[in-house]
Design a binder for this molecule. Sequence first.
Ligand SMILES: [Zn+2]
Length: 70
Amino acid sequence: MKKVACPHCGQDWIHQYRRKDTGAQFFMCPECESLWLDQDEIEEPTELYLSEYMTQHDAASAWEVIEQVD
Ligand SMILES: [Zn+2]
């Protein structure tokens, strides 16, 4: 996957992740937890965050059910 710096915080690269419970894949900045569902949109700001995507988890436990893919 190409290296794209987070358009929100600029502190890290966007990485690909996978939910261990559903297998769904997404893209996220591990620094600020900004989240994208479509790789084509990761160079633009998003309104979605990890805690909003993983609605059944709080921000801390959400990390326990995802794993980095790339
Ligand atoms: Zn970020």
